[in-house]
Write a protein that binds this ligand. Structure first.
Ligand code: NAD
Ligand code: MG
Length: 402
């Protein structure tokens, strides 16, 4: 990946406000983004906000940010949203077409922060407008990485990673891109079960897994962090974003979450990015890029009081999801779409107390193995084929769960 200029940069040069849309506005990433937009009314104009079904929260954000358009995925909430926005002059809609309208509206930057494969179609729609995409939704790249990257190139869209590790890599890459990079290391907090035994992990409940030591995040990614699937998804994300082969990508456990990633260069130099674990930093970076957005609300890193920074090898025996994701990264293509779909179903089942914590990864592994014969021949090279494969993989995962 090369760093380059784009429309948003030229908007800034001309002293114009950057036009920003937020898909997934009511989530953890969406709310942090909204906070930064609200703090900088002279720099940003909010175009469209989209979310799943929370009409009250979406309307509140749309009014606060003086958005032009608000969309909910859930059609049943349309009446409520219209009522809440009545008289504000903010246009709104609900249902799949409204979501697409939000993604299509002319903007300089679209924050893609819908969780899971639900974000695929709207994010791809935004990308096809040739926008700058601030990409939080990692599942897009896991499920449809090749399609995404080729469409981004075709439509001259720029992807700015928001995931903290990928923002760290992006910030640590030099102008010539990945040509002189020997390897990239992403850090992982290790999650809430880092020091737990296999037996303890086997009995982990949703409330245990939802207690992340360093980050406050949506439920799905919090569970992914506990299984370490999140780091596996992130390796696949990095593979596509930076065009680096799997052999050159690895993860290291760093419980303090201060260093987010390290880029090793061919001359022995290692460039790492450090900041306190606060998603507003990578979000601010994506909104400001290529300039830096001043963000006084973010606490500064004080190394003397951060005490000790430690690093350890991830344990793929207690956390087999990481091994599984690495295998899938090497296999590529179909397996990656299946991994993502099966993981979404398994995480949902665990949160619903239908399966145990270790069964999350076991379900994904079994789905991958069944899919090898059952789904052979489906090539995920278009949105339609990815969605078809995703749906079939979900069916298999559900039958594995039983
Ligand atoms: P979240 O669960 O807090 O929010 C998800 C958002 O997506 C909400 O606004 C919700 O309304 C919307 N949404 C869900 N289903 C939808 C649908 N079918 N149609 C339209 N909108 C829908 O999640 P989050 O923690 O904000 O994470 C969002 C994405 O960013 C995820 O892909 C996650 O992996 C990624 N990410 C998050 C963090 C973090 O710190 N939270 C860090 C890195 C990456
Ligand atoms: Mg991350």
């Amino acid at each position: 990946m090369h760093k380059n200029g784009h429309a948003a940069a030229s908007a800034e040069r001309q002293g114009m406000k950057k036009r920003v849309s937020v898909l997934g506005a009511t989530g953890t990433i969406g709310l942090n983004t909204a906070e930064l937009l609200a703090l900088n009314p002279d720099r940003f104009q909010t175009v469209a906000l989209a979310a799943n079904r929370n009409a009250a929260k979406l309307a509140e954000l749309a009014i606060m940010l003086k958005a032009e358009y608000a969309a909910l995925a859930d059609e049943r909430q349309e009446g409520e949203l219209r009522r809440l926005l009545d008289g504000t002059g903010i246009e709104c809609g609900a249902g799949p077409e409204a979501l697409m309208e939000a993604a299509r509206r002319s903007a300089d930057i679209v924050m893609a922060a819908i969780v899971g494969a639900a974000g695929l179609a709207p994010t791809l729609t935004a990308l096809r407008q040739g926008n700058v995409i601030a990409l939080a939704n990692k599942e897009c790249l896991v499920s449809a990485g090749s399609l995404f990257m080729s469409e981004a190139a075709r439509h001259k869209a720029t992807l700015i990673p928001v995931d903290s590790e990928h923002s760290a890599v992006f910030q640590s890459l030099d102008e010539v891109g990945s040509k002189h990079v020997e390897r990239i290391v992403l850090t992982a907090s290790g999650g809430p079960f880092r020091t737990w035994t296999r037996e303890q992990i086997a009995a982990a409940r949703p409330e245990d897994a939802l207690k992340h030591p360093n980050w406050t995040m949506g439920q799905k990614i919090t569970i992914d962090s506990a299984t370490l699937m999140n780091k596996g998804l992130e390796l696949i994300e990095a593979h596509h974003l930076f065009g680096v082969p799997g052999e050159q990508l690895s993860a290291i456990v760093h419980p303090q979450s201060i260093i987010h990633a390290l880029v090793y260069y061919c001359d022995g130099s290692v460039i790492a990015q450090a900041s306190l674990p606060d998603m507003r930093t990578p979000i601010a970076y994506s909104l400001g890029y290529p300039a830096r957005l001043p963000a006084d609300v973010i606490k500064r890193l004080d190394l003397a009081s951060a005490a000790t920074l430690t690093f350890e090898q991830p344990d793929e025996v207690r956390f087999p999801a990481l091994r599984l994701a690495k295998e899938v990264m090497k296999a590529g293509g179909r397996a990656s779409t299946v991994l993502n779909a099966a993981n979404e179903i398994a995480v949902e089942a665990f949160l619903g107390r239908a399966i145990s914590f270790p069964a999350i990864t076991a379900t994904v592994e079994e789905t991958l193995s069944r899919a090898e014969s059952e789904l052979a021949g489906i090539v995920p090279d278009s949105l339609e084929s990815v969605m078809h494969l995703d749906g079939r993989a979900r069916q298999i995962a559900r039958s594995v769960i039983g």
